[in-house]
Design a protein around this ligand. Structure first.
Ligand code: CO
Ligand code: ZN
Length: 337
């Protein structure tokens, strides 16, 4: 799991995915026929259909897999006289979860998120009650390190305890990890495969849109995290850690293709892989835009159940990660039609 930890620890908020993309490129170079980076920054790797004896089995059916490289972050909007920074969100920040957390800018400048302590400060605070302290003495010193428009990610080191991984940015580096491992383990594949490591999911599913448009796949599967209903007094949801990958049925912007969903269920049963069915009432992922590209794409999602999504301590179960890779391999080997 060293690779998963490395991916999570690295800096890569939306629009600033370069470091993540370089890491992935160096991992998958030997596992695909070619790789390209599109204008938006998506990394697209192509693996043509191949059987063990080298004969191409089926022509022209394309499956696209997608996991997003970006993570949520903060963008500097103002630097005050005393050198404190004000910021806006990049993606869906959960404000009560980010207070007192450490952040890091692309140039390595580190900071800490503080909150105003006036008695009338609301709880949870609004974003305009929060600031970043980068240990500067004044504006001049702050401006030497940070400019308006600079983007920070959270700073947190991944740990594995009791077969569960806790980290920032599991959303969706753990999905990237699943695609990378699938590519490395792949021995034969029935269809032409496109592995898309997408940009800017957290700000509106933007990379997946251009990636899918270029590929025009017949089928697509996005791999991302989903929230769970297994912590004290949380919203009811029938997804929990350690019960297998979640096969999505519906989320706020997406209805899975029954063909794809049923295939995933069938492969889980055939391979004795535990699985759960997911209905996510709030939130969505790349498949929501992929499925409406051009004349439409039969799409599904494999989700890694994750607690505390969009915090600096997201948590997933490594057995669920293993199950996800196993199902992805079944899809590659046997196709979706
Ligand atoms: Co997210
Ligand atoms: Zn995500």
């Amino acid at each position: 799991m060293e690779l998963a930890k490395k991916l999570c620890n690295a800096y890569g908020p939306s629009g600033r995915e370069d470091k993540i993309r370089k890491m992935i490129e160096s991992e998958i170079g030997n596992s695909c026929q070619r790789m390209e980076v599109d204008r938006l920054g998506n990394l697209i790797a192509y693996v043509p259909a191949k059987s063990k004896d080298g004969v191409k089995e089926e022509k022209n059916t394309r499956i696209m897999f997608c996991a997003h490289m970006d993570e949520i972050g903060l963008i500097v909007t103002h630097i005050d006289k005393k050198g404190f920074l004000r910021f806006a969100n990049i993606g869906g920040l959960s404000l009560e979860r980010i207070v007192n957390q450490r952040i890091i800018f692309e140039n390595g400048t580190m900071g800490f998120i503080g909150v105003e302590t006036k008695p009338e400060t609301p709880k949870p605070p609004r974003i305009d009650h929060l600031f970043i302290d980068i240990s500067a003495q004044d504006r001049k010193e702050a401006e030497d390190k940070v400019s308006i428009g600079d983007i920070a990610s959270f700073y947190q080191q991944a740990v594995i305890i009791n077969n569960r991984m806790t980290s920032k940015a599991l959303d969706d580096r753990i999905g990237c990890y699943c695609l990378i491992e699938t590519m490395k383990l792949l021995k034969e594949n029935k269809n032409d495969l496109y592995f898309v490591f997408s940009v800017q999911e957290e700000v509106g599913l933007r990379g997946a849109r251009t990636g899918a448009y270029a590929i025009a796949p017949d089928y697509a599967i996005a791999v991302d995290v989903t929230v769970t209903g297994d912590t004290p007094e949380c919203r009811k949801m029938d997804v929990g850690l350690g019960k297998g990958p979640a096969i999505k049925v519906k989320d706020a912007m997406f209805l899975a293709s029954p063909i794809v969903k049923n295939k995933l269920v069938a492969y889980a049963k055939e391979t004795d892989t535990a699985y759960q069915l997911e209905i996510l009432e709030r939130g969505t992922t790349d498949a929501a835009v992929v499925q409406i590209i051009k004349e439409g794409v039969l799409s599904g999602v494999l989700s890694i159940p994750t607690r505390y999504v969009h915090s600096t301590n997201e948590m997933c179960d490594l057995g669920d990660v293993e199950g996800t890779i196993k199902l992805l391999l079944s899809v590659c080997e046997k196709g979706l039609s």
